[in-house]
Design a protein around this ligand. Structure first.
Ligand SMILES: [Zn+2]
Ligand SMILES: [Zn+2]
Length: 87
């Protein structure tokens, strides 16, 4: 298997290569209109953890116009549906 090494992250503590632990982790509350997503890297040598801004795509919801992650459901629309405000 080939590893993706488009941008190798080096550990600031020991200089070893860090591995992607969690991709596109959403920061902050689901009620925020624009959530910030981070990729979480961990160093297998010393367990140092570093955060990087996620490269994954953000899309604009065509229903409510809020910006959210392409792999996620729109939080605003989910809330609106839960409260069924439009009926
Ligand atoms: Zn390290
Ligand atoms: Zn929406």
């Amino acid at each position: 298997m080939e590893e993706k090494r488009e941008a190798s992250k080096l550990c600031p503590t020991c200089g070893g290569g860090m591995v992607l632990e969690v991709a596109s982790y959403p920061m902050g509350s689901v009620f925020l209109k624009e959530r910030f997503h981070v990729d979480i890297y961990r160093c297998p040598n010393c367990d140092r953890v570093n955060l990087f801004a996620a490269k994954s795509k953000l899309i604009t919801c065509s229903v409510c116009g809020s910006v959210h992650h392409a792999d996620e459901r729109c939080a605003i629309c989910a809330i609106n549906a839960a409260f069924d405000r439009k009926n």
